[in-house]
Unconditional design. Sequence first.
Length: 133
Amino acid sequence: MGVRLCKTYYEQLGYDVEMYHSPEGEPEVYDVWVWDTEDSPDDEDKVVEVETSPEHTSHVRGDYKKLAATRAEAVWVVKDYEGAHKLMNCLDGLVDRPPKDVQNFEKISEQLNEHGMSTLLGINKLRKEVKQG
């Protein structure tokens, strides 16, 4: 459901979107791949990872490396703030962690500046945005 929600969210923003995209010649499959269009709010392609198990360190670190290998902006989606902090714990040493008391996805994303993780979104925010769209 999270992948479908991300697809709809980015389509409503004016991007071209494909779920479970595998670029030609690559073995990797990405949850959501987002291409900019003339109607999108920016000219950045995005690759999205919907992380339903943010506490599984080896899986999360593998996804991070996969996203970091692309030229696209790396977007992660988790269920809630608890999931966000579990994700950040798994990525310790790879990304700068925001303080644990930060309970705002926009503020967390402002502190991210890694090629493999540049934006963090909550699934509930996406639900609200899609319902409004």
